[in-house]
Design a protein around this ligand. Sequence first.
Ligand code: NAP
Length: 316
Amino acid sequence: MFITRRLPDPAMAILHEHGTVTVWDQIETPIPREALLRGIADVEGLLCLITDRIDAEVIAAAPRLRAVSIMAVGYDNIDRAALAARGITLTNTPDVLTETTADLAWALLLAAARRVVEGHTLIERGAWGPWHPMQMVGQDIYGRVLGVVGAGRIGQAVLRRGRGFGMRLLYHNRRPNPAIATELGAEYRSLNDLLAESDAVVVTAPLTAETRGMFGATQFALMKPTSIFVNVARGPLVREADLVAALRAGRPWAAGLDVFEHEPIGPDHPLLTLPNVVLTPHIGSASVATRVRMATLAAENLVAVLYGRPTPNVVA
Ligand code: NAP
């Protein structure tokens, strides 16, 4: 087995119990391409992360490969067709990160709507003047309309939280899901209608050929000038240059973003010239407990496939 980063101890223990393990023994640095290509030459199992591009070249470099386990729910960095052509099984880590990621979406939504980071920076700069009636006014979230694009596991968890905030709930998937209406009371909308009606738009759809660039100038122009846009899915769903222009023009009113077109972004990124954004460095699933659960599940998935045991996390 080849593991592209050192994982928390419980995950490493599972792997060591079940065979010979080679690890790119770093915590913060992704494995260089050459080291990955060399490392997988003779292995049957690969455990990888979202920072590893697992494309046809990598798969061709691993003639014995039978199983790929990603420690993530999204797998847009993996060439599934190349895996399928070789009959290699791919597993991911859904469910265990759902609530943690939904929490982060809400953290960004509330922070962007109520200017939390701007307020912090104002105090830090020593620029907090006397109280005045319209000082640092933001947008309400309680009682407004929440629209989720990609209402799967995480999207539905975002909607569920919206009920506690007395919100009217809308969602957009490729097709309506009656269970979402029954269980959450959320109404189905076309993407355009959802954008026009929502006060808060949260994106939780996967990155696919269909969703790449789904949010651009046309979509932002449909949003209310008071609305908040949150993306915790994947950066390339959004045309970032269009979002910067839209935020500059004030529609949407503000944005909270955990993911970006090219990660990591640096301090010179145009988004950082705007006061009405709150940015986090792709930390949707980053709680201590959830990251340990994800690593453990990724290890269990890999071992299960290699030893012919059932696992529910095979990507169809
Ligand atoms: P999921 O349960 O598969 O939900 C995805 C939803 O998106 C489904 O309901 C699907 O419904 C919908 N969808 C797919 N294609 C669509 C399209 N073209 N237009 C509109 N909706 C579409 O996945 P999940 O577990 O909630 O995770 C969602 C994504 O979140 C992951 O793929 C990952 O990229 C991202 N994520 C990010 C972080 C982070 O750290 N920021 C953490 C975890 C996950 P239909 O099939 O009915 O269209």
